[in-house]
Structures are given as C-alpha cells and as structure tokens.
Design a protein around this ligand. Structure first.
Ligand code: ZN
Length: 57
C-alpha cells in the first residue's frame, strides 16, 4: 500500500463498464454503494483493496 498518492484511476460500473468517479491508489473502500449514472443506472458496491477496484456483482 502506498502512503503517497501516485496514480488516479477510474471507478467503473461492474455491470456495464461505464466510468463513475476517480480514486487514487491510496484508497481503501468497502460498504459504499454507488449508482451507475452514466450507464445502466444500477447500484453496485464500491470495493477498493490495495488501491485496485475489486469488481464483485
Ligand atoms: Zn452501469
């Protein structure tokens, strides 16, 4: 895990692949639910582990 933010990455909707928001590689996240606004409008859980989005449906 990096302590200094090095890279910004897109969060993608796991259902349709639409871009949602930006995170950086120091992020850790779970239990946050986002709604896909650019694509399919479904809700998905945002999970970021070790600076990578974990896609689970
Ligand atoms: Zn979507």
């Amino acid at each position: 895990m990096n302590l200094i933010s090095l890279e910004r990455k897109w969060i993608y909707c796991p259902y349709c692949g639409a871009k949602h928001s930006i995170y950086d590689d120091t992020a850790e996240c779970h239990g946050v639910f986002l709604k896909c606004v650019r694509g399919c409008k479904r809700e998905f859980e945002l999970v970021i582990k070790d600076g990578e989005q974990v896609v689970k449906k």
